[in-house]
Design a protein around this ligand. Structure first.
Ligand SMILES: NC(=O)c1ccc[n+]([C@@H]2O[C@H](COP(=O)([O-])OP(=O)(O)OC[C@H]3O[C@@H](n4cnc5c(N)ncnc54)[C@H](O)[C@@H]3O)[C@@H](O)[C@H]2O)c1
Length: 389
């Protein structure tokens, strides 16, 4: 596959004009409809993940938290009180009609992302969305087109490509340190979320919740996938959840995805909600690799989870002794996405996170479901600017 540089892709896809790339920061910020270098943020969905996002956003000099919203109004109110946010709403319509802000941060149930992201864009807001961006590739593509037509931006988690460990691995591959890259593997699982039923309802599942991290890492490192073969299943048929009590599990909770990249490179991702993991949901203390890449001259392993990495182990033809690199993740945190986007909006710079990459990962997840349904190999149509680093 022909490599497309990040800048030429951005120009080709019309995401920014050459003038915009070269324009002074303040002009770009104005072009995005920002009045000053503060980004006014509204957060919708004040559940578990908001407990990590809100403190991170609140610490940023460029972020001004304007509003919270949740269909459980008490959650929106409590979050607003805790972080001294002036407005809180029980419904997105009230939020859109209320105090004005620039960036909607969408932390709601996965199935609600596409619908709410669309309402936000139609009301003139930029969007940072938790994963997935939408419920289908088609819906996601529609959102990107809508954003472009309105002069707005939409981005989506995960932010695994922001870690220094990802950068190290990407450079090692691009510099040829691994020789010809043949194969890669990623895995991520735990015993499944207990607090909300949406993880197990149609549109949920381990792939959009957990596999999405490895899919973003491996496509980010190896390039867009051309085709996918997958099997998924449901291991635990019933669960007890915090919000709906006992439920029948309808989405997959066990997934294996094989991807074909350029030049014959093959990779594999497994995710599930039935993995006993001694490190638990938070992954504290995980010291083993979860991402492995094999080439003709070296192998490379990402230590810890890709969303919270501790280092990169590498052994080469010249030095067969494994060496651990990049043991410091710097300021990188998995919950930094919305803050990093707000900061790049304020500076008028292009973030590393790319919505076309998020859309490609969404297409892979959809293709994996289709491959399971049909028993066939599914060709993909989307690409993204590669390499990212
Ligand atoms: N929990 C985590 O550790 C974690 C980590 C990373 C990413 N995520 C992602 O974050 C998202 C939310 O996960 P969570 O664990 O916080 O779930 P959660 O159930 O704890 O929170 C979701 C919140 O969204 C609210 N909500 C749902 N529909 C809404 C609507 N239409 N309008 C307003 N509010 C609405 C719910 O009432 C709830 O308070 C998911 O996409 C998940 O994959 C979660």
């Amino acid at each position: 596959m022909k490599k497309v540089s990040r800048k030429s892709f951005i120009l080709k896809s019309g995401k920014l004009t050459a003038a915009a790339i070269l324009a002074p920061i303040t002009l770009q910020a104005k072009a995005m409809g920002l009045q000053d270098n503060k980004i006014r943020v509204g957060v919708i969905g004040c559940g578990k993940v908001s407990k990590a996002y809100l403190p991170h956003l609140a610490k940023s000099d460029v972020v001004e938290l304007i509003a919270t919203c949740d269909i459980i109004p008490q959650r929106a109110q409590e979050a607003a009180e805790e972080f001294q946010i002036p407005h809180h709403y029980p419904h997105i319509d009230a939020m859109m009609a209320g105090a004005s802000f620039d960036l909607l941060v969408n932390l709601t149930d996965m199935q609600e992302h596409g619908r709410l992201n669309q309402i936000a864009l139609e009301s003139g807001h930029h969007v940072w969305s938790e994963k997935p961006l939408a419920n289908s590739y088609k819906e996601g593509r529609g959102l990107l087109d809508l954003a472009k037509n309105r002069g707005l931006k939409i981005w989506s988690a995960p932010v695994v490509v922001n870690s220094p460990q990802f950068a190290f691995m990407s450079r090692a591959i691009q510099e040829g340190k691994l020789g010809k890259v043949a194969a890669a593997h990623g895995h991520y699982g735990h015993r499944g979320p207990s607090w909300s039923a949406f993880f197990y309802e149609p549109g949920g599942g381990s792939l959009p919740d957990l596999g999405v991290y490895n899919l973003a890492t491996l496509t980010g490192l190896l390039g867009p996938a051309k085709s996918v073969v997958a099997m998924t299943s449901t291991i635990t048929k019933e669960r007890t959840t915090g919000d709906k009590g006992k439920i029948t599990v309808e989405a997959e909770d066990n997934a294996m995805v094989l991807m074909e990249h350029a030049n014959g490179t093959l990779s594999h991702v497994q995710s599930g909600f039935n993995y006993f993991d001694p490190y638990g949901h938070e992954g504290s203390g995980q010291n083993r690799p979860t991402i492995s890449i094999w080439g003709t001259k070296a192998n490379m392993n990402l230590v810890g989870y890709d969303w919270a990495p501790f280092g990169v182990d590498m052994a080469t033809l010249d030095n067969r002794e494994t060496v651990r690199y990049i043991t410091d993740a710097g300021t990188y945190l998995w919950e930094e996405g919305a803050t990093v986007i707000a900061e790049s909006m304020a500076k008028g710079s292009e973030p590393l996170i790319d919505p076309e990459h998020a859309l490609h990962v969404l297409e892979i997840i959809e293709a994996a479901r289709k491959s399971q349904e049909t028993g066939s190999r599914i060709d993909l149509m989307s690409e993204f600017p590669y390499p990212l680093v």
